[in-house]
Write a protein that binds this ligand. Structure first.
Ligand code: GDP
Ligand code: MG
Ligand code: ZN
Length: 334
C-alpha cells in the first residue's frame, strides 16, 4: 500500500473509471436478458473473467453475475451471449466434485470442479514428498474421486534403482491406488496411459518439476492451438495460463493442468475426517477402546493392532500422525 495520500483529482479519476466499468457491466448484463440461455463449461478463470466453452466448442469470454458463487475451471454454468465472443454467466450448476484448498485467510477456495480423477505425478527428481502425496490422496478420498499415481522420469533410474524406487511405493499399489511407471523422455509405456484418461476429467497434481506440463504436451498434440484459442477468448497473452486450465483430449475426456496446486494443503478438516481420508484407517474409525484415541500409546487401539498385523503401513501411519498434529482447529460438527 502506498503511504502517499491520493489527491482529490486522483480520487475523482478513479471513481469515474469505476463508474464507467459498472456501466459497462450493467450494459452487458442488461443485453443478456434478451438472449437465450445456454449451458457451458468453464475452461479457465482469470480474476473475474471466465473462458466458457459452449456446446458448439466455441470459447466465450464471460463476466459473472453477482452472488452466484465462485465458478472455476470444470464448472458447468448457465450463460447468455452478449456479443460475438462474449457473454454473461448467470448460474452455477451443481458440482459433482470440487477440489479446494485454503486461501491465505484459511477459507476453502475451489480450484477445479467436476473432476473424476486425480493424478499425482511423482519422479525420482524432485525428491517425492510422501506427506504431499498423502494429502492429495486424502483430498481425493474425501471428495469421492479416484486417484492414480503416475511415476515419471524412469529413464533416470537403472534397473536396481528402479526396483528400489518401486519398492518404496509398493504399499500404495497394495492399497488399491493404480500406479503407473513411465518416462516422458523416452516415451516408455505411454500408449496405454492415454487410454486411461479417455472419458475422464482428470486433474494433474504434484510437485513442481515432476512433469505435469510435459505430460500435457505429450497427450495433447494440439495444446498450442487450444492455448491460442483460450488467450484469444480471454484477451490475455499466450503464456498467462497460470490458473487451472481444462484441456480437451483428442480421444474424449478432459485434462486439467494445475500450476496453482503445487503448494496444496488440506483445509480445516477434523481428525476423524482426516482418518476417513486414509482408506486403510477409515474402517478403523470408532473401533478403538477410547473415543478420543490418538493411536499412540492407548490400550485397545484398533489402529496399533492393524499396524502390528501389517494391515497398516508404518509410513502411512506416521504421515497420518504428522498431518493430524498439524490440523487446523476441528470444525463444528453439523
Ligand atoms: N529425464 C526426464 N526428464 C523429464 C521427463 N519428463 C519431464 N522431464 C523434465 O523435467 C522438467 C520439469 O518438467 P515439467 O513438465 O515442466 O514439470 P511440472 O512442473 O510438473 O509441470 C523439464 O525440464 C522436463 O523436460 C522424463 O520422463 N525424464
Ligand atoms: Mg508445469
Ligand atoms: Zn486408536
Amino acid at each position: 500500500m502506498p503511504r502517499q495520500r491520493l489527491s482529490e483529482r486522483q480520487i475523482e479519476r478513479i471513481q469515474k473509471r469505476q463508474e464507467r466499468r459498472r456501466q459497462h457491466t450493467r450494459h452487458l448484463v442488461a443485453d443478456a436478458d434478451e438472449a437465450p440461455v445456454r449451458e457451458g463449461l468453464v475452461v479457465v478463470r482469470h480474476g473475474a473473467r471466465l473462458a466458457v466453452e459452449d456446446v458448439d466448442n466455441r470459447i466465450y469470454q464471460c463476466l459473472v453475475r453477482q452472488n452466484i458463487g465462485h465458478p472455476v475451471c470444470g464448472d458447468r454454468v448457465i450463460w447468455q451471449p452478449t456479443g460475438t465472443d462474449q457473454g454473461v454467466v448467470s448460474a452455477l450448476l451443481d458440482r459433482d466434485t470440487v477440489l479446494s484448498r485454503p486461501d491465505y485467510s484459511g477459507r476453502d477456495k475451489p480450484l477445479a470442479a467436476n473432476l473424476t480423477r486425480l493424478v499425482v505425478l511423482l519422479a525420482p527428481h524432485p525428491r517425492p514428498s510422501k506427506h504431499l502425496l498423502d494429502q492429495y490422496l486424502v483430498a481425493a478420498e474425501l471428495m469421492g474421486v479416484r486417484s492414480m499415481l503416475l511415476f515419471n522420469k524412469m529413464d533416470l533410474l537403472d534397473i536396481e534403482a528402479l526396483a528400489a524406487f518401486q519398492a518404496r511405493f509398493a504399499h500404495y499399489r497394495d492399497l488399491g491406488y493404480p500406479s503407473v511407471w513411465i518416462s516422458l523422455e523416452d516415451g516408455r509405456d505411454l500408449a496405454p496411459l492415454a487410454h486411461r484418461f479417455s472419458g475422464e476429467t482428470s486433474i494433474l497434481v504434484g510437485q513442481s518439476g515432476a512433469g505435469k506440463s510435459s505430460l500435457i504436451k505429450v497427450l495433447l498434440p494440439d495444446q498450442q492451438v487450444q492455448i491460442g484459442r483460450l488467450s484469444e477468448a480471454t484477451g490475455l497473452g499466450r503464456h498467462t495460463t497460470s490458473a487451472a486450465t481444462c484441456y480437451r483430449l483428442p480421444q474424449g475426456g478432459r485434462l486439467i493442468d494445475s500450476p496453482g496446486v503445487r503448494s496444496f494443503r488440506l483445509g480445516a478438516i477434523g481428525r476423524s475426517r482426516l482418518q476417513l481420508g486414509f482408506r486403510e484407517l477409515a474402517p478403523l474409525l470408532g473401533q478403538c477402546r477410547f473415543n478420543d484415541c490418538r493411536h499412540a500409546q492407548e490400550p485397545g487401539c484398533a489402529v496399533k493392532q492393524a499396524l502390528m498385523e501389517g494391515r497398516v503401513h508404518p509410513e502411512r501411519l506416521k504421515n497420518f500422525q504428522h498431518l493430524a498434529a498439524n490440523l487446523t482447529a476441528e470444525p463444528q460438527r453439523r
